[in-house]
Design a protein around this ligand. Structure first.
Ligand code: ADP
Ligand code: F6P
Length: 319
């Protein structure tokens, strides 16, 4: 029987991590468990940096951006000897279960702890939406709104100045933010991780967009594909259209979590506690067709990314 559970947030932070922690704490207490928060992800777990929390501690965190228990990238956790230290710190405190909120790297860390006798559940917390088993990750919708608002503003000035604007968004190697934002803002050109356009193709689509009468031209791209400053120079020199490049960057990771992310985080958090109590371990929580489920965490990590062809076709039909 589990008595004490630890909660951590790890990897890139995401809006919605706080309401997820709040939900886990509240659901645990309701079920008679003692929740502990771990500061700074697996780094804090290894340092024994955790604290028992009450409902009062989390009452006002649900609408806050970032993660109040902090996050960290701690590659040392890949080493077994480091994980052994973390497990001994947990055992000393009588903690036998962990809910890790993060991306696929954080899932790997959780899975490795399962092998060492800790019961683990992963919650998808990342703006990238790059966990293939779930329709949405916690943080994705807030980041999407942030991008949409930023591009609306870029559109205003782009239209005033008769320009093309490249907008580079996060996603690591997942194009979901770019694709969905492109639909939201009506981007004229789109290149994502799943459908990367050669630079020449971007130049010719930009030219075509201008010939079709567009003053402002938004070129939405996923990070890690181009050097966007160089690409802007190339477009400008080959089309004579003044072109600017904006990398939105870390504003995408912050801000007040949207209602959608708060609801997703709250539902997933409470569900994870329920599943832990039922005895599930080494699983991740998914939302598929608005229904919560669990799936083996390693299976989740190994899943191939969907091609997003249907949504790409829908974008094409709008453009
Ligand atoms: P994300 O969880 O968003 O994918 P990272 O890939 O940075 O972010 O992973 C977060 C943390 O998870 C890492 O800093 C490390 O502490 C832990 N981690 C990642 N991969 C592994 C692994 N193979 N084994 C153990 N821990 C890992
Ligand atoms: O995984 C979330 C994410 O924001 C990615 O979109 C991005 O590539 C990366 O993290 C940036 O990480 P950092 O803040 O450590 O530079």
């Amino acid at each position: 029987m589990i008595k004490k559970i630890a909660i951590l947030t790890s990897g890139g932070d995401a809006p919605g991590m706080n309401p997820a922690v709040k939900a886990i704490v509240n659901a645990s207490i309701k079920k008679g468990l003692e929740p502990y928060v771990v500061y700074e992800g697996y780094k804090g777990l290894t340092e024994g940096n955790f604290k028992k929390v009450s409902k009062k501690d989390v009452k006002f965190i649900g609408d806050k951006g970032g993660t109040f228990i902090y996050s960290a990238r701690f590659p040392e956790f890949k080493e077994e000897k480091i994980r052994k230290i973390a497990v001994s710190k947990m055992k000393k405190e009588g903690i036998d279960a962990l809910i890790a909120i993060g991306g696929d790297g954080s899932y790997m860390g959780a899975s490795k702890l399962t092998e060492m006798g800790i019961k683990t559940i992963g919650l998808p917390g990342t703006i990238d939406n790059d966990i293939s088993s779930t329709d949405f990750t916690i943080g994705f919708h807030t980041a999407l709104s942030t991008i949409t608002k930023a591009v609306d503003q870029i559109r205003d000035t782009s239209e005033s100045h008769n320009r093309a604007n490249i907008v580079e968004v996060m996603g690591k190697y997942c194009g979901d933010l770019a694709l969905n934002a492109a639909i939201a803002v009506g981007a004229e050109v789109l290149s994502t991780s799943e459908r990367q356009l050669p630079e020449e193709e971007i130049v010719s689509q930009t030219k075509k967009a201008r010939e079709e009468g567009n003053r402002s031209i938004i070129i939405m791209v996923t990070e890690n594909i181009y050097d966007v400053k160089k690409l802007a120079q190339k477009i400008q020199s080959e089309t004579n259209i003044e072109t600017k490049a904006t990398t939105i960057g870390h504003p995408q990771r912050g801000g007040v979590p949207s209602a959608e992310d708060r609801i997703l985080a709250s539902r997933m958090g409470a569900f994870a506690v329920e599943k832990l109590i039922e005895g599930q371990t080494n699983v991740a929580v998914n939302l598929v067709n608005n229904k919560l489920s669990t799936q083996n965490i390693l299976e989740v990590v190994k899943m191939e990314r969907p091609s997003r062809q249907e949504l790409l076709n829908e974008y094409d039909s709008l453009n």
